[in-house]
Write a protein that binds this ligand. Structure first.
Ligand code: SF4
Length: 345
């Protein structure tokens, strides 16, 4: 008999199946509490659930698993990169980073990615499959356990910005967000979660309707269609004008401020004229711009820009909210996709 994977189920769905199995309503709450609040995954240890209910649960449910096969960290022990393997031998990476405000984790959303962004190591690896909600949740659970054992600290922020395009795995993403934010699930405030997209416009608006409190970051990287299409083929489908128009609509629907990511590449998108073009294009958009220094990857034709400060100053002078992203994990190849590629997966 095929068993339900408990970590794939949002609370409402779990309750529905429990009711169909004639289990008492409160058992769903109890099991969520054991898993997500007490970190107990063995049904036999869930002592306040009756033996008969446990028997039914064991017959019908399982808890998925994954194992960490490699961990790298920087010297200061402020960044940890994990290579995680699932039972089907597919692997992904996740990164935990310590900031002033606490620990943040960057999760992957797919094995590989089909978006083919030219600057991205993951973009070289075609999508193998989407991650299931349980596989998002396991990344969080395993990193949380590791950080808590080492530093006795919790993970306070989640960004879905690792391997994959989260909006290309939309249904599983939404289920995951429900489990992350449900008070009986991981009970993480939506303001502590950020989704990063390469700019899939219809899904930006769907997120605004389904999960309006989640933060959104959009990878922009090019001030015009010519540059952006060269860097990000998705721009041939959803161009700069449409993307900015969609972002404005998202902001008016959610009242959120959006983050625009802008990776600075030498002689590609880092000239003064590009800064001025960007300023003009994002006029009237409630956003702040996050300038990202390029982290050189193997076999890359791109070079890190030396004009980051100048670009920053131009934006600042023109009243754009802007910051330069704090660099993390360069020494451990913590740029998107690198650990997995180096590991030969
Ligand atoms: S940057 Fe993100 S969307 Fe683009 S190829 Fe890499 S993983 Fe995919």
């Amino acid at each position: 008999m095929k068993k339900y994977s408990l970590l794939d189920l949002p609370f409402s769905e779990c309750k529905k199946i429990f009711e169909q199995l004639q289990l008492k309503k409160f058992v769903a709450k109890q099991i969520f509490h054991w898993i997500y609040q007490k970190n107990i995954y063995d049904f036999d240890k869930m002592s306040n659930i009756s033996l008969n209910s446990r028997k039914i649960i064991k017959q019908n449910f399982m808890i998925s698993d994954a194992k960490i096969i490699k961990i790298s960290s920087d010297e200061k022990k402020e960044t940890f990169k994990f290579l995680l393997q699932f039972p089907d031998k597919n692997s992904i990476e996740m990164v935990a980073m310590h900031f002033k405000y606490g620990w943040s984790i960057c999760l992957s959303s797919q094995v590989g990615c089909n978006m083919k962004c030219k600057f991205c190591a993951s973009g070289n690896k075609t999508k193998v499959r989407n991650l299931k909600p349980s596989e998002f949740i396991l990344q969080y659970i395993l990193a949380k356990k590791y950080i808590s054992n080492l530093f006795h600290k919790n993970i306070t922020n989640i960004v879905i910005m690792g391997i994959g395009e989260p909006f290309d795995n939309f249904d599983n993403l939404i289920t995951t967000l429900k489990i992350f934010t449900n008070p009986f699930g991981l009970a993480i405030g939506p303001k502590h979660i950020t989704i990063s997209t390469c700019g899939i416009c219809p899904k930006i608006l769907e997120l605004a309707k389904l999960m309006p409190k989640i933060n959104l970051a959009v990878s922009f990287h090019g001030p015009n269609d010519k540059i952006r299409s060269e860097l990000m083929p998705i721009n041939n489908v959803y161009n700069c004008d449409l993307l900015i128009k969609t972002c404005k609509k998202y902001c008016s629907l959610t009242k959120n401020r959006i983050t625009l990511e802008y990776l600075l590449l030498d002689n590609v998108n880092d000239h003064e004229k590009h800064a001025l073009e960007l300023i003009k294009r994002i006029k009237g958009l409630n956003c702040y711009v996050n300038l990202i220094p390029y982290n050189q990857i193997q076999k890359s034709n791109f070079i890190r820009s030396a004009k980051i400060e100048k670009f920053f100053d131009i934006l600042k002078r023109n009243q754009i909210l802007v910051k330069i992203r704090q660099e993390r994990g360069n020494a451990i190849e913590a740029a998107c996709g690198q650990l997995r590629i180096l590991h030969g997966q």
